[in-house]
Design a binder for this molecule. Sequence first.
Ligand SMILES: [Zn+2]
Length: 226
Amino acid sequence: MLPFLDIHCHNPFKYKNKNVVSVSSISYGSSSSLTIPKDIYWHSVAVHPWDVQEFSSLDSLNFEKDLGHPRCIMIGETGLDRARANFELQQEFFLKHLEIAKRLALPVMLHCVRAYNEVQRLLSKVNLRAPVIFHDYHGTLQETQTLMSKNCYFSFGPRLTHASTKLLEALKEIPSSRIFLETDDASIHIREVYECYSSLAGIKMEDLKLEILDNAKIFSRLLINF
Ligand SMILES: [Zn+2]
């Protein structure tokens, strides 16, 4: 049976069987995420935009060394969140993350809340060629069309279980060759998110699993045996 891929989760311990491959989001500002054993779990690492005020700069961290870990498959989550304070500082940290992603050619998992224009402005400024994935995507139709034209990827999570009209419009616009699925910090099993997407997009479960595993080839370090 093909495995599920949970591309962005905060609690990999919830999965007891081997039929789920999960990628843990580790943030330097979250003590619980720092307890995830990096040698065992695939992961991404970054300073989460909510945590930027806890750090004077990225230089005080072992960031580049941590990014070199063989089980670290990308940078993330980084990005911008207009619902939180320190928007200026968030931009400063985000730009640094993007510059490092460019230099190391690593994909980036993006957190973006009400800041699509600013995120795009900084992505263009850096001229990043590595793939970017918008996690918990819930942009408008217009934002979706713009991001599609820039070859971005989109990850959908528990929001699919109560999808708004806006989200359904975005889903129609995005082919399954551009998607990932995630549980983020919710306690649900990734299977439920797959089931939701499968019925909303009208794609059979096994075809969906295959498609997502194929999309995951953008992560050169992620090895999935099945
Ligand atoms: Zn998250």
